[in-house]
Ligand binder design. Structure first.
Ligand code: SF4
Length: 433
């Protein structure tokens, strides 16, 4: 038996989880079955009980069957899993047991990521993550790719990194995000600025300790530097590309829809929605489960002002980003195998997509400003696809990110989304204690 990689669970203030049985993940995700999952469910006799197969084969892979409404075939009326209720947690497919956790194997340890698509994680409800250690080790043993050492991610494409360099990057960015003496809006705009600066940096002569110094200097200087940078509003082109990035993150066709509509109709539907997102006028294509809203109303929504409501929105954004950093969901195996600095840029872009989307949720709910509920919904939407949707690891996404970083667009959009426009507004934003 092979020796498992040691696991490292993220330790971030407010990051907690216990399942509260809301059933959201059972309604929202399509679960691929491993051979061991399939055999176990077969032995449990579900085919006879359901009067048909519990799985469906699609494009050469095997998935848990879904009901007409897209929910898992095993989801009960009371929101609980039928397999769990009958045979216990360990009888469920491994992916169902593992959610909201994920493993990102590195050369010496596997980091544990946690998904903010889970409503308990969003709310910080439940036990400290360290209390799940025994369960995580048991699940790791069932996933061969989480047991074996993984590769060290590159810093940039074809620029290999060392463990010390990567840990220096993690520590510097985490130090910026976690600095409660600085207004959260400024920390987040600073993060966007640092991420885009590193994405376009020439690292040929800057390696080892010099790289650590550079990243630390940028992250430390960001809160003072960003308010001094130009207050040019983002261009219409950058808003259009951001809307298209949002589209790429909310589009997630369900298996039963693909089957019902067929390939051609599905592709045509995606093309029409993609055009609507690019235009940015009229009614916004519906985000599943969200109220309909016009693009114009989304634009009119603002972030909450200073006070408890603003701090709650800032807190979940910061907790989400720090969890991604510590759980290796900001680069490498946890983010489509992206190199560190490209992954950081992508993480900053994900943050902007969430900030844009929380305004859409607020507008659809009839509010003129973002609340914690809007932030939870938007972050949950973005995080459910961020590391999972294969198209987000594509060359198209890589080029889109390069464009955002080269033109200072990440920083400008962050400034506008988090402060309402002028960089000078940062000074008036409340500070977390
Ligand atoms: S979304 Fe989270 S809290 Fe809800 S059922 Fe799934 S794991 Fe449990």
């Amino acid at each position: 038996m092979s020796v498992p990689l040691p696991l490292l669970t993220p330790s971030v203030p407010g990051l907690r989880y216990s399942c509260h049985g809301c059933g959201a993940c059972c309604r929202d995700f399509t679960i691929e079955l491993r051979e061991t999952d399939f055999d176990a469910l077969r032995r449990q006799g579900w085919e006879a009980e359901l009067g048909g197969p519990f799985w469906t084969d699609f494009r050469g892979r095997r998935w848990l069957r879904q009901r007409e409404d897209g929910a898992c075939i095993f989801l009960q009326q009371d929101g609980r899993c039928r397999v769990h209720a009958r045979h216990g947690l360990e009888a469920k497919p491994l992916a169902c047991q593992l959610f909201p956790f994920s493993f990102s194997p590195g050369p010496e340890r596997a980091r544990v990521g946690v998904s903010f698509a889970c409503s308990s994680v969003q709310r910080g409800m439940g036990a400290e993550l360290s209390t799940h250690a025994a369960d995580l080790r048991r699940m790791q043993a069932g996933i061969p790719e989480a047991m074996a050492p993984g590769e060290m991610p590159d810093l940039l494409r074809n620029v290999p990194g060392t463990a010390a360099e990567i840990e220096a990057v993690r520590a510097a960015i985490d130090g910026l995000l976690g600095n409660g003496d600085i207004a959260w809006s400024l920390r987040l705009a600073g993060f966007a600025w640092v991420a885009q600066s590193l994405r376009i940096a020439n690292l040929d002569q800057v390696r080892g300790e010099r790289l650590a110094e550079l990243v630390t200097t940028l992250a430390t200087a960001a809160p003072a530097e960003v308010p001094l940078l130009d207050a040019v509003e983002p261009s219409e082109r950058s808003w259009r590309l951001l809307r298209q990035a949002v589209f790429a993150r909310v589009e997630d066709p369900k298996l039963h829809e693909l089957r019902r509509h067929g390939r051609l109709r599905t592709v045509l539907g995606q093309w029409r929605r993609s055009r609507a997102w690019a235009r940015g006028h009229g009614l916004m294509p519906t985000v599943p489960g969200w109220p309909a809203v016009a693009f114009d109303r989304q634009r009119a929504v603002v972030m909450p002002g200073p006070g408890p409501e603003g701090d709650a929105v800032g807190e979940i954004l910061v907790r989400w980003l720090r969890a991604a950093l510590h759980g290796d969901r900001a680069w490498g195996a946890g983010l489509h195998g992206w190199p560190v600095f490209e992954g950081l840029g992508m993480t900053a872009l994900n943050m902007l997509c969430a900030a844009w989307l929380m305004r859409a949720h607020a507008a659809g709910s009839g509010r003129d400003h973002v609340t914690l509920e809007d932030a939870q919904q938007a972050i949950g939407r973005i995080d459910r696809t961020a590391s999972r949707a294969v198209w987000l690891g594509s060359t198209g996404e890589f080029l889109r990110l390069a464009w955002f970083c080269r033109g200072d667009h990440l920083r400008r959009i962050a400034t506008t989304l988090f402060t309402g426009g002028s960089a000078g507004v940062f000074a008036g934003v409340s500070r977390e204690g």
